[in-house]
Write a protein that binds this ligand. Structure first.
Ligand code: GLN
Length: 488
């Protein structure tokens, strides 16, 4: 059974569609694994009956020769994608009782392609965080060492995929929440260009930054799933009509000779763990050995990115989260009058980090401060975008660390929000510019006697997910596809 769990999504689909294994077998194997590995706390809500029914339907479809790209594949879903009839909490106690009456576009596309929903994955509350510790349902744990965080905010997505509790998972990335947890767990994580995927039915954090994406155990799996979830949606006016390329077919077709790789000097700074730096430089040299051209580049406004992000994202969050009033959504705490009901519901419903962001956001947007904070942050955002535009005149792809450190112990940063925020320094600029970014495992380092994975971040020009997927795949060919250890 453990061999079946350890397949990649692509391998599992090949076996399913060749009728070597049934979807029900794969689904039962995953449900048993989830049950046996509960301490990882990857899932908030399980969907065992729904998954079994979908698996049986998939097996019937395969028997009838009606095979869609994902028919029978068990997946996990980050708990901020609304799922019709299945509780969706965004890891907030405020939404503890929220059962959507509609399905997000991204998840609908997965079910239309035949996938099976195992359940809803843990995360930081409303996707605010970088460690999973802000969840109202307790932190997810890193399967490489369960005293460590798996990264965040897509903490359960990364933990579940790395722990073989699903073949792949959806995630969302506002400032790094797919790439950083993928790096912390030795997985592939991709956030596409802003507008590539529909945000319809995703619980909103910061609407101008939020993007759906996936966490997988191979680049081929990522390409396959991204093809399914991308594309224009009339229900989201910010989703793009751009055609979705055949990403999976493009893998292996990149000529590394002459590929121009940019190394931004602002990403190789003092706060970067030297062991991480060494791994990224070694990977870069391997590409150079294959004929790639390495160029030093400069993204001069990088240092202002966290400050700008931590104004823009909370400002949008303060506005988006105003809808949680105890009347329309979620858990109501009854007060003596309407105002007291709002107050009690919001005081008890939101966790500390969410409250902090609402306060920062409302402060930054208040009259008298708006120009000093919000307008300034938006100006920085434009400068950061221009830095990238300029860089992509000279290079085809940018190589950078995904995060300045490897996974850290649960509790190590939870009382220091600024230290936590600075952990996002390498992922935030891409998000502010709306560009596609990806993390792929580049090796492991030794940290207090534990072997821990490290992510290489690949950044592409707008709408050029193709190049980052191709480069990640080329890396897997050169270095060998690494997989997280299977803990029996
Ligand atoms: N860690 C960042 C934050 O706390 C990014 C979160 C995200 O991408 N959703 O906002």
């Amino acid at each position: 059974m453990s061999e079946l769990l350890q397949l990649t999504a692509t391998q599992a689909l090949a076996k399913l569609h060749a009728k070597e294994v049934s979807s029900l077998e794969l689904t039962e194997a995953h449900l048993a694994r989830i049950e046996a590995r509960k301490h990882i706390n990857a899932y908030i809500t399980l969907n065992p009956e729904g998954a079994r029914a979908a698996a049986k339907a998939a097996d019937a479809a395969i028997a009838a020769g009606n095979i869609q790209p994902l028919t029978g594949l068990p997946l996990g879903i980050k708990d901020l994608f609304c799922t019709n009839g299945i509780r969706t909490t965004a890891a907030s106690k405020f939404l503890d009782n929220f059962v959507p009456a509609y399905e997000s576009t991204v998840t609908q596309k997965l079910w239309d392609a035949g996938a099976v929903n195992l359940g809803k994955l843990n995360m930081d509350e409303f996707a605010m965080g970088g460690s999973g510790e802000n969840s109202g349902y307790g932190p997810a744990r890193n399967p490489w060492n369960d005293t460590l965080v798996p990264g965040g905010s897509s903490s359960g997505s990364a933990a579940a995929v790395a722990d073989y509790q699903c073949y792949a998972a959806t995630g969302s990335d506002t400032g790094g929440s797919i790439r950083q947890p993928a790096a912390f767990t030795g997985l592939v994580g991709i956030k596409p260009t802003y507008g590539r995927c529909s945000r319809w039915g995703m619980v909103a954090f910061a609407s101008s930054l939020d993007q759906a994406g996936v966490i997988t155990r191979s680049t081929e799996d990522a390409a396959l799933l991204m093809e399914i979830i991308s594309g224009h949606d009339p229900k989201d006016s910010t989703s793009s009509p751009q055609a979705v390329p055949a990403w999976r077919e493009s893998l292996g077709k990149l000529n590394l000779k002459g590929l121009r790789i940019g190394l931004p000097k602002e990403y190789f700074i003092d706060g970067l763990d030297p062991k991480i730096r060494t791994l990224i430089e070694a990977a870069t040299r391997q590409f150079e050995g294959e004929g790639a051209i390495i160029k030093q580049i400069s993204l001069p406004h990088t240092q202002y990115a966290p400050a700008a992000y931590y104004i823009v994202a909370p400002a949008e969050a303060a506005s988006n989260l105003a809808r949680y009033d105890g009347i329309r959504y979620g858990v109501r705490k009854e007060g003596k009058n309407l105002v007291e009901t709002y107050l009690k519901s919001r005081t008890e419903g939101f966790g500390a980090e969410v409250k902090r962001r609402i306060m920062i956001g409302n402060y930054a947007l208040s009259s008298g401060y708006y120009d000093a904070f919000y307008t300034k942050a938006m100006q920085i955002r434009t400068l950061i975008s221009r830095d990238f535009d300029k860089a992509f005149e000279e290079v085809d792809v940018i190589f950078a660390p995904t995060a300045p450190t490897a996974a850290f112990p649960i509790g190590a940063k939870s009382n220091d929000p600024v230290a936590m925020y600075l952990g996002d320094v390498f992922t935030i600029p891409t998000s502010l510019a709306g560009l596609p970014g990806m993390s792929v495992n580049v090796g492991t380092i030794e940290e207090n006697g534990t072997r821990l994975p490290v992510g290489l971040q690949l950044i592409g020009a707008r709408w050029n997910e193709t190049v980052i997927l191709q480069v990640a795949h080329a890396w897997e060919q050169m270095a060998g596809l690494t997989q997280p250890p299977f803990q029996a």
